[in-house]
Ligand binder design. Structure first.
Ligand code: 5GP
Ligand code: MG
Ligand code: MG
Length: 189
């Protein structure tokens, strides 16, 4: 390998420390909100992007949760959603009559989340909350419809630019970077 590829990053938006502090706050909020439930919620991550956030988040939740993943594919290697994601990896855990916390790296147009929420609803979830690390409301095309008493949690509002790191990729690179940054535009334009 001829480069660490950290030089491909133009700006760091959130450092590892800032991310870690915000994840702890989110987990504390979610822990408090679900503390009174008779059955713990099921945490469902959207693969692959949510894997680091999910791992950090569930370790800060103060009760036992089940963890599962779905995969929804829409993004090839480009930076634009194609608007028609399909579910290409399904749940193993039964979510019927359970509270689900859907964990995402970033909500952009909202197509992916809407598709996954519809899927979780069809599997009988009694509520679907969303916990996304980043939210890019400026680019929203479809509203995220929560299920039942579900709530929307987000780590940070993201400016309208393409970000990588902390689980998020460009062409499957940069996911393992511990911070979130903006890629130099010449790398994808
Ligand atoms: P949406 O369907 O909401 O447009 O996009 C959702 C998915 O697209 C996210 O889960 C993420 O995987 C990807 N995505 C959206 N915006 C970005 C971004 O700025 N950077 C990266 N790396 N992926 C993004
Ligand atoms: Mg994602
Ligand atoms: Mg991607």
């Amino acid at each position: 390998m001829n480069t660490t590829m950290h030089s491909h990053i133009e700006t760091i938006l959130w450092s590892e420390d800032q991310i870690s502090r915000r994840v702890s706050e989110l987990a504390a909020e979610v822990s408090a909100d679900f503390a009174g439930c008779s059955r713990a919620p099921i945490v469902v991550g959207v693969a692959t992007g949510a894997f680091l956030f999910l791992a950090d988040f569930v370790r800060k939740i103060d009760f036992s949760v089940s963890v599962d993943f779905v995969r929804a594919e829409s993004y090839g290697s480009g930076t634009e959603s194609n608007g028609a994601p399909t579910i290409s990896l399904d749940l193993k855990v039964d979510i019927n009559a359970r509270h689900v916390i859907l964990v995402e790296d970033i909500v952009d147009t909202g197509h992916t989340l809407s598709r996954v929420i519809k899927h979780l609803k069809s599997k009988g979830a009694s509520s679907v909350s969303v916990c996304t690390f980043l939210d890019k409301p400026a680019r929203r095309k479809v509203n995220v419809q929560l299920v039942g008493e579900g709530k929307f949690y987000r780590g940070f509002e993201c400016p309208d630019c393409f970000v990588v790191g902390y689980g998020m990729d460009f062409a499957e690179h940069y996911r393992n970077f511990p911070y979130i940054g903006v890629l130099k535009p010449e790398l994808y334009e």
